[in-house]
Design a protein around this ligand. Structure first.
Ligand code: NI
Length: 160
């Protein structure tokens, strides 16, 4: 296992469409482990493969405070959404920027695990937001493309 460098906005790799994962082998498992460790090290709640320079359709997510709700999504597709939420969002690839972004309140994803088995998972609130944000990375989209406006740090403090 190793930490990977997180690619920053401006690098064209973040703007490309990722290809599906087709081989569920030890190499894939190693990359996923590296992505998980890199996400936790960076104190992120999610990380998509292009953020570590890999143009394959896979993301890792953990929105819990205590690192107990780790999720890997390979070749994920959003199959249902419900409601709407508005709130702040950031990205490890866009340091220092916080944006106000509308997302669905509830999102169901169908994906494969690291062994190629299909499963469905439903998330609400922050997890639903993470699903949308991370899956968008796989199509070269960043939250700054869809944010309503940039939130200044002092605005954020006012809200709390
Ligand atoms: Ni991101």
């Amino acid at each position: 296992m190793a930490l990977r460098n997180i690619v920053k906005e401006g690098d064209s790799v973040l703007r490309k469409k990722c290809r599906p994962v087709v081989k569920f082998d030890d190499r894939l498992a190693g990359i996923l482990d590296d992505m998980r460790d890199t996400m936790y090290q960076a104190q992120g709640v999610g990380l998509a493969a292009p953020q570590v320079g890999i143009l394959r359709r896979m993301v890792v997510i953990d929105c819990s405070m205590d690192k107990t709700e780790y999720i890997e999504l390979i070749n994920p597709e959003i199959i249902a959404t419900e409601g709407e939420q508005e709130g702040t969002e950031g990205c490890l690839s866009v340091p220092g920027v916080v944006g106000w972004v509308k997302r669905p309140m509830k999102v169901t994803v169908r994906a494969q695990d690291r062994f190629g088995e299909f499963f469905e998972v439903t998330g609400e609130e922050l997890l639903a937001r993470a699903f949308c944000h991370e899956l968008a990375h796989l199509d070269g989209e960043l939250f700054i493309d869809v944010m309503e406006y940039e939130v200044e740090p002092e605005d954020e403090e006012d809200e709390e």
